[in-house]
Design a binder for this molecule. Structure first.
Ligand code: FAD
Length: 497
């Protein structure tokens, strides 16, 4: 008998779902979602992630039930859960999507592969983004991305031969011992994701290129699809194809132009995830090993852990009490809402890396817990890029004062999130900007000039660099300080943005 388990992970939808489509050929099938202790114990995890996942799972369970498929939801390690499920349902196939996740998820996948070999279960995996497993070269990657995104969407299965199994009520947050959080989450589940996408494409995205930089306009003007892409309530292919379709259909040239800009960002998603897929160590180690030990906190790279001074700086940054109002406002907005626009995320990291001279790992873990959309491949690539440790990207230092002038000229954002600004309760700047940046530049320029750094840069470019214009060589288009036309070496391309 062909008996299948469809293992749902970060793909909590029924449409454009290859494992679910394959389950249509099974004589009997069940869906499975596992709350893994390794996830709950990981330093990137926050209660908001499980809360959002469970809301998506509740919607998924209803959608699957309507098609005749029960969705089991279990807490435990994968081998334990698979053992338990197999006692109730003698399955022969495990169907799932590939995942590009943190180290614990790779270990988990190895354990699942061993378990399947040991129990004669055939495990089949499908890609669900543009990420290519076992990629040998970045040459041709963009064409493969395009081909995958243009492939026909898989329709929702009409009916499935669901096995008759008892499904218990969904666990609450407290069941696996997770304490509640106080963030208001966006609407979860596939229908909510589709509605959000449709609303953006129908007109909300019209101002996208202008709205995305300011923390005042970005919450409304950006798509806000990132949690849905992270939890897979939408596939990247669905977003890509719906966007192309909307560009063709709209008579409004402004909307069409804005949606084309948005479509470009979708490629970036997979481009950055591919880096973690190709080199899982980048969640802990520098792309450019020449940077090892450069900043305090780089324990993996042989550097010193944070001392008392660094802890104090780090805590002030986390709390939004650095004395730099734009930094503090953005951090507080993020902590309250679980989302921040790209430019302000980059500014927060640049501040931690250059002004405070902190290694990116601890700030990155803290931010991962704040971002509802935490996506490891994008996150760790961006953490390193904004900290100047990839070896190939332009060093980019964001000036909080300039960001405030450009994107919050009336201080509305600052007043909203830092009401005590301008009163004796607001702290003085925790570092002297001029002195801190002079030291940071001196250290980084000296490092980048070493033969080791130059050699390594070529290797990193070969392995991870994009081969096509339209992809982001450095996270967004480089602009030279002062806007001059003089040609600049990478070392001179220091930016104050
Ligand atoms: C330090 C740092 C950490 C980040 N961590 C994450 C993360 O954990 N998860 C995450 O999804 N994004 C991350 N980003 C990228 C970006 O900030 C978010 O994707 C974006 O703000 C999400 O909002 P949105 O869906 O409204 O984006 P939109 O602007 O509407 O873009 C649509 C989609 O395109 C993709 N995208 C947009 N910008 C980027 C980018 N610069 N790099 C890669 N993909 C992009 C995302 O999938 C996004 O959902 C990070 C950026 C920085 C600087």
């Amino acid at each position: 008998m062909n008996a299948a388990v469809v293992w749902f992970k970060r793909d909590l939808r029924v449409s454009d779902h290859a494992p679910l489509a394959a389950a249509q050929a099974a004589d009997a099938a069940v869906g499975l979602y596992v709350i893994e202790p390794e996830w709950l114990a990981s330093p990137e995890f926050d209660a908001q992630h499980l809360d959002f996942a469970l809301r998506c799972v509740a919607a998924l369970r209803r959608d699957l039930a309507a098609r005749g498929l029960p969705l089991l939801v279990r807490v435990g390690t994968l081998p334990q859960v698979l053992d338990a499920v197999r006692r109730e349902f003698a399955f022969t196939r495990l169907l799932s999507h590939e995942e590009t996740g943190p180290g614990w998820s790779w270990d988990r996948d190895r354990a699942v592969a061993r378990w399947c070999r040991g129990h004669g279960v055939h495990w089949q995996e499908w890609p669900q983004t543009g990420v290519v497993r076992r990629l040998r070269t970045r040459a041709g990657w963009a064409a493969r991305w395009q081909a995958r995104m243009d492939a026909p969407l898989l329709p929702k299965p009409a009916t499935l031969s669901g096995a008759r199994l008892e499904i218990a009520d969904l666990p609450t947050l407290a069941a696996p011992g997770v304490t509640a959080h106080d963030r208001a989450l966006p609407a979860a589940g596939e229908a909510a994701a589709q509605a959000l996408l449709a609303d953006f494409l129908a007109g909300r995205g019209r101002d996208y290129p202008r709205a995305l930089s300011s923390p005042l306009t970005a919450p409304q003007g950006c798509s806000r699809l990132s949690p849905h892409l992270a939890f897979g309530t939408l596939s990247m292919r669905q977003v890509h194809q719906a966007t192309e379709q909307a560009v063709r259909a709209t008579p409004d040239p402004v909307l069409a132009r804005s949606l084309r800009a948005f479509a470009g960002r979708l490629r970036w998603h997979c481009h950055f995830m591919q880096k973690l897929e190709d080199e899982p160590a980048i969640e802990r180690r520098h792309f450019a090993r020449a940077c090892d030990g450069l900043r305090p906190g780089d324990v993996e790279g042989g550097g010193a852990p944070f001392g008392e001074r660094e802890y104090a700086l780090f805590e002030a940054w986390c709390a939004g009490r650095t004395g730099y109002p734009m930094v503090d406002a953005c951090m507080r907005q993020l902590r309250a809402t679980g989302w921040l626009n790209f430019r302000m995320r980059a500014m927060l990291v640049s501040f931690a890396a250059y002004h405070l001279w902190l290694h990116w790992r601890e700030p990155g873990l803290f931010l991962a817990r704040q971002f509802l959309d935490f996506e490891p491949g994008i996150h760790w690539s961006q953490m390193q890029m904004q900290s100047g440790t990839t070896g190939i990207n332009t060093l980019r230092i964001y000036s909080p004062a300039k960001q405030a002038r450009d994107h919050d000229p009336d201080a509305r954002h600052v007043r909203r999130w830092v009401p005590e600004f301008g009163t004796p309760d607001y702290p003085a700047p925790i570092v002297d900007e001029r002195a801190a940046l002079a030291l940071a530049k001196q250290r980084l320029f000296a490092l980048r000039a070493t033969p080791q750094a130059r050699e390594e840069a070529d290797a990193v470019q070969l392995r991870h660099g994009s081969r096509r214009s339209g992809l982001p060589p450095s996270g967004s288009r480089p602009r030279r300080a002062g806007g001059g036309s003089r040609s600049a070496t990478p070392l001179q391309q220091e930016l104050f943005r």
